[in-house]
Structures are given as C-alpha cells and as structure tokens.
Design a protein around this ligand. Structure first.
Ligand code: FAD
Ligand code: FES
Length: 252
C-alpha cells in the first residue's frame, strides 16, 4: 500500500527538522503536471538522505512510486514550519492517521533524544493503511494501533481512548498529523485536557511556497480575529487550538 522512498539530498539534510516537508517535481521534463507534490519528511539520516512514505493515489504520486532506483528528481526542501520541541523532558502523545504517521517517527527520535517519553497512537480505516515501520517503533515508549474495521490493533477510532491515555500517562503535549476531522477531534480533546496540541495539516497545496493562497486555513490570532493563514509557510505545523476547524472551506 505505502511506498518508502529514500532520496539523497546531500548537505541540505542538516537544515531539515521534523514537521518540514519536501516539494517534488513529478512527471519528468516534458510533463503536463506542472504542480510539485508535497510530502512530509518521515526521517533523515547523517548520510544526507530523507525518507518519504507515499500512498500511490493520483498521477503524481503514482509516477513517483514507479521511478527506478538511482533516478533523479527535482526537489525543494526544507519547506514549512517544524514541530516545537518541549524544553522539559515531558510525556508526549503522537497521533497519526494513515500516512500522517510519516513525520511522527522522525519527531519521536528527536523527542526521545531530549529525554521525553513518547506514546504513539496510530489509526486508519483498515490494517493496510497503518504505517508503522519496525525501526520507527524503537523510538517510542509505547505504540497503540486502532483500525475502524478491527483488522489490526484495537477496533475503533484512534481518538476514542485518548482522554484516558492522556490521564493515565500525564501527557503534556500532543503532536499529530492526519486527516482534518481527526485533527479537529484532537484539538477538542487537547483543549478539554488543557494541554498543547501541535498538528501538521495536509491541506491541498498548489505552489507550496506561499504565492497562490490555495492552502489557506482560518486561524484565530491573539486579538481574537480570524485570519486565513497559508499552511505551506505558516504551517504545516499549527497550534490546533487556534485553527477554526468549523470554518475550513468557508469564505472569511
Ligand atoms: C504538507 C503535505 C504533506 C503531505 N505528505 C504526504 C505524505 O507523506 N504521503 C503521501 O502519500 N501524500 C502526502 N501528501 C499528499 C500529496 O501532496 C499529494 O496530494 C498526493 O500524493 C496526491 O497527489 P497525486 O499527484 O497522486 O494526485 P493528483 O490528484 O494527480 O494531484 C493532486 C495535486 O493537485 C493538488 N490539488 C488538488 N486539489 C487542489 C486544490 N483545491 N487546490 C490546490 N491544489 C490542489 C494537490 O495539492 C496535488 O499537488 C501531503 C500533502 C501535503 C500538503
Ligand atoms: S500552496 Fe500556494 S500559498 Fe500555500
């Protein structure tokens, strides 16, 4: 179901932080696919490589997954905001939906190296849509899997048992990435538990670099005003409490 793609990006790897994304030109030089495709960076290595997790879906992602070993692709990275790392060694809950778990494994490694306890909860509709590599599991203290059809882990939505998990483990911060309804539900849970929630949104992006305004999300600022922020440059990592989820897709 998912393709794991490793790209050699060289020196630039030093500037990539968990939460940043990469924009890849697809289809080759004569392609009609003019828009780059955005992908979360799952993990980086000191050897100058980045790892991506790609679900072959439409023409761009299928083209990328069909490239043979050694092919060259044109990329721009790092793009977007990164996850903030707590200054204290707290317990962090990382919640991923579908391929949204991709950026959380690199984040888990950084959190663990700072002394944090890392609890991960992954959810998807069915087992084939869970992405949890064995090497990634080493970076987490505990991993819980949920599928809606019960084909792996516990049956039900990933968000169902989180309030209990937050209480049990004294979780101080939630990090998340996945479908918009999951991020919205998590924001409600984080507000009710009075803890921080940093979510990486995956709103459709055309340019990926702040020019076209196709990726905007309504976000409340410190004066209580709701403004459209660009998820490609003001995000993808945002404070879930301030995103006006009920207004997404409506005109301001
Ligand atoms: C920050 C971010 C991280 C992502 N991470 C991953 C990941 O880790 N793994 C993964 O598989 N996918 C990821 N995606 C989705 C990925 O970018 C592609 O959208 C997806 O692979 C489908 O592309 P496609 O070419 O196969 O489909 P197609 O349908 O051929 O193309 C979709 C393209 O059209 C653009 N598009 C569609 N609707 C709109 C619209 N209304 N406005 C502007 N542009 C539009 C999309 O952004 C995309 O570039 C991510 C997206 C974002 C924004
Ligand atoms: S994708 Fe163009 S402004 Fe964000």
């Amino acid at each position: 179901m998912y393709h794991q793609i490793v790209l050699e990006v060289g020196e630039v790897v030093k500037y990539i932080k968990p939460g940043n994304f990469i924009a890849i030109s697809v289809g080759g030089e004569t392609s009609r696919m003019v828009l780059r495709r955005a992908f979360a960076i799952s993990r980086t290595s000191d050897r100058g490589t980045v790892e991506l997790i790609i679900a072959p879906y439409g023409s761009g992602s299928k083209w990328l997954c069909a490239q043979s070993e050694g092919s060259q692709v044109d990329v721009i990275t790092p793009l977007g905001t990164a996850f903030g790392i707590p200054t204290e060694p707290v317990t962090a809950l990382l919640v991923g939906g579908g391929y949204g778990s991709a950026p959380l494994f690199g984040l888990a490694e950084v959190l663990k190296s700072r002394g944090c306890r890392v609890i991960m909860a992954l959810g998807a509709s069915t087992a084939a849509k869970i992405y949890a590599p064995i090497e990634g599991k080493r970076a987490v203290t505990s991993l819980k899997i949920f599928t809606e059809d019960g084909t792996a882990g516990e049956s039900g939505r990933v968000t169902d048992s989180l309030p209990q998990l937050i209480d049990e483990h004294d979780v101080r911060v939630i990090y998340s990435c996945g479908p918009m309804p999951m991020l919205e539900a998590l924001s409600g849970i984080a507000v009710a538990a009075d803890i921080a929630h940093q979510c990486a949104v995956e709103e459709s992006m055309a340019c990926g670099v702040g020019i076209c305004m196709t990726c905007v999300l309504p976000v409340k600022n410190e004066n209580g005003e709701v403004k459209n922020l660009r998820s490609c440059i003001d995000g993808p990592v945002m404070d879930g409490e301030f995103v006006q989820w009920h207004m997404v897709g409506t005109q301001l």
